[in-house]
Design a protein. Sequence first.
Length: 422
Amino acid sequence: MQQSKINALRGTQDLWGDEAKSWEKVEARSIEVFECFGYQPIRTPLIESTSLFSRSIGSQTDIIQKEMYSFLDRSKNQISLRPEATASVVRAYVEHHLDKKGAGSKFYYSGPMFRGERPQAGRLRQFHQMGVETLGVTHPYADVETILCLNSLLKHLGIEGAKLKLNNLGSFEERAKYESALRKYFQPHRKDLCQDCQERLSKNVFRILDCKEENCRRAADSSPVILDFVSKKDQEHFDTVTSLLKSLGVNFEINPRIVRGLDYYTRTVFEVTHPDLGSKDALLAGGRYDALIVELGGESPGAVGFALGVERLLMILKAKGKNFKDSSVSVFIVALGDRAYQEAFSIAQLLRESCVPTHMDLEAKSLKAQLRQADRVNARFCLIIGEDEIEKGKAVLRNMFESTQEEVLLDHCLEEIKKRIG
Ligand code: HAM
């Protein structure tokens, strides 16, 4: 009896073929950029104590209230799948005293995050982020370097048409004043707001500012802006960032409506949007979170970073017809008969150990079927070995792109192929 099928969970994805290859290339290229900026790799667990996220992201945020995958483990510990990595990086930094261990204070990561959001294009329940964090630095130069890094990243990945928007959120105290001013402002507009924003009015009034509903946008149009509430010191910090970015030729706009959905931010925040992403248009986002290290038990305040959504990046590259397909030259060894297979395995081993991508058929198919398979994997060369060739100590080397072929000595296959690959 046929068993019922089990499908992937909603909001999760299987990737294979060119898409999986593009993914790996994008990740490798991003790491090149991160390493050029002096960030070191860090890997933190996918599961953490739930309290890590509620204390850092904020207990009233949508992520904590509605989106976390949380459960009690067998020992009754409250555990969550990570919805983002910043909190985990700070936890690791504080827990292992990384600043005192010569591990540096600049880290990059890449990996899956989990949020139980309503799935749609560009919004998944398991999605992937690549990000960087600079810890223990309060100076605005760190904000500038972080923004230069994201600019280089987009350039290196060939992303055009992205928009960088900056805002200054000031300190928590100033934000509290701004929060009550916003609440006062929105109260008379309550009935015009969408259901979510009516709830946000008491719990998380900032999020009304980035609601996409037309009525909420209209209501927010003449609301007070944070820039009128920030202190002189925070304004100076922001001015240093923006004037240095200007002098370095970085394009950006200041948008007082960027409030971010996580509570740990202070001072500089930013988002990069892209028109190809539709309504979920944030490709990456980040900012400064000066208080988080101390909040999680560390000593040195100051931190800044960003994270980019890999699925959204791939959506843009796909819309632009760009891909990062594997461009390495590969070889397909066609073998006909048992003796030929033995020879083929031994040559394949030599090629693979010399880092030449090499394919073989593993089902003793016909010549025609094997050549078809070579076409499918886009092999540039086919090495054809049959009984006759073994008798003569030779093989046929076919250039699949130029449709030419020649005989090569079996004992010299590796050198002959390497010579042609160059
Ligand atoms: P975030 O804005 O929540 O920030 O997420 C950063 C990026 O992750 C977004 O701009 C988006 O591209 C992607 N993303 C978020 N949620 C989803 C989803 N459900 N499906 C697909 N992509 C998604 C953070 O996570 C902060 N930790 C960023 C940061 C790092 N701030 C300082 N350092």
